[in-house]
Design a binder for this molecule. Structure first.
Ligand SMILES: NC(=[NH2+])NCCC[C@H](N)C(=O)O
Length: 410
């Protein structure tokens, strides 16, 4: 079946990837609301875009086809009914209930062409722009009802972390219910892509955004065509993993095991891919602090179709060796084992590499200590600028969603 998606590993040569170039949503960040919007600082947009273009150029120069989220959403607006539905659901999920405000927003957005509409949904809507467009009546309403909150609709500043709202696994997609309200609104774009985009609408769904428990793409690692790893983290709950595992193991026809990694639930370790990524057939980056606390559960379907779960007690290297059938596994510690360098570089995603081929990864320039360890371990690195992009707490893996990778051969 052609689904537009083929992703059977973390490291197979990357052929097609989805990115989001940061846009006006970053200029709608204010210090007061950073925490709720999951930022620790405000990136300088122009510089962030320059860095992001360097990331995209780096990928293109390695033969990767880069597609952008905005374009995929635009290509999914196949007729006017889809556009109306997108706008309707967007306003509902932005929690616009007051009928007059909703009407003004419908008028404001309704006058835009498709691209402007999608970019505005992403950027958020300032009350000031509505007032000037909507006339005195709305202005009166807004100043009377909600005095000092400056947004009619919040921005979606985390969109450039395309790894999280949905994840490609095998030939299908896992569309997520996110842990936070701010990120949950992002998944609407994925819903429309996987319902309407001519290339992607047939992709099987392994998880859906209507589920009750949260699951985020940064926790999902496709270790091999048979083995999926999922983090039990601040963002991903065990119930979601039960459900994803059952569906994948029963329906994908290829996956045989899900390894659930229990990691500490903290902001800096929000997803599994902030502490652990695969860089080669037998090499992984890891944040040294998790090695003592990580536990791994192996989930498999028994002959009767019922799930069995076993807890692994050994060292991470040995667990990976066994389940990936490898002779040797090298863990490359973030920060070359120094407690200080490890903490600093992990905070700016030193362990969050994006593999573009086995043993070849994209990394942030600022994590020079970890980058040296990768080179010492024989990994080829492609270094991208990182001063502004890293302020959102995500690295090259978080900023990319592979759509097509070549299968890994031995
Ligand atoms: N896959 C990842 N590690 N993504 C990082 C996402 C960062 C983003 N600010 C958030 O908190 O959601």
């Amino acid at each position: 079946m052609h689904t537009g998606i083929h992703n059977t590993s973390e490291i197979g040569r990357l052929q097609k990837v989805m990115l989001h170039r940061p846009g006006a949503e970053l200029e709608n960040l204010m210090p007061e609301y950073l925490e709720r919007l999951l930022f620790d600082d405000i990136p300088y947009l122009k510089e962030a875009q320059r860095e992001h273009d360097a990331f995209a150029d780096c990928l293109r120069s390695q033969g990767v086809e880069v597609v952008y989220l905005t374009d995929l959403v635009l290509q999914s607006i196949t007729d006017d009914a889809v556009r109306q539905e997108l706008m309707f659901q967007f306003l509902t999920e932005a929690n616009i209930q007051e009928p007059r405000l909703r009407e003004s927003l419908e008028r404001y957005l309704g006058d835009m062409d498709d691209r402007q509409l999608v970019e505005t949904m992403m950027a958020g809507v300032r009350k000031s722009s509505l007032n000037s467009a909507g006339g005195a009546k709305l202005g009166d309403y807004l100043s009377a009802v909600e005095t000092d909150y400056p947004f009619a609709i919040d921005p979606l500043p985390n969109l450039y972390f395309t790894r999280d709202p949905f994840a490609t696994i095998g030939i299908g997609v896992s569309l997520h219910k996110m842990h936070t309200t701010t990120r949950n609104r992002e998944t609407l774009f994925g819903k429309f892509i996987f319902e309407h985009h001519p290339t992607y609408r047939n992709a099987p769904k392994w998880y859906d955004r209507g589920e009750r428990s949260s699951l985020e793409g940064g926790d999902i690692l496709v270790l091999s065509p048979q083995v999926l790893a999922v983090g039990i983290s601040q963002r991903t709950q065990e119930d979601s993993i039960d459900q994803l595992a059952e569906t994948i193991l029963a329906k994908s026809k290829t996956f045989k095991k899900v390894l659930a990694f229990n990691i500490p639930k903290t902001r800096s370790f929000m997803h599994l891919d902030t502490v652990f990524t695969m860089v080669d057939r037998d090499k992984f980056t890891v944040h040294p602090n998790i090695l003592s606390s990580i536990t791994v559960f192996v989930m498999e379907l028994g002959k009767d179709g019922a799930m069995t779960i076993t807890q692994e007690d050994g060292r991470l290297e040995d667990i990976l060796k066994e389940h990936l059938e490898l002779d040797n596994v090298t863990l490359i510690p973030c920060g070359q084992g120094s407690e200080i360098d490890a903490a600093r570089e992990q905070w700016s995603d030193g362990s969050n590499t994006l593999a573009i081929a086995p043993g070849e990864v994209v990394v942030y320039s600022r994590n020079h200590v970890t980058n040296r360890s990768l080179e010492d371990a024989g990994v080829k690195i492609h270094v991208i600028p990182s001063a502004e992009l890293s302020r959102g707490r995500g690295g090259p893996r978080c900023m990319s969603m592979p759509l097509v990778r070549e299968d890994v051969t031995n």
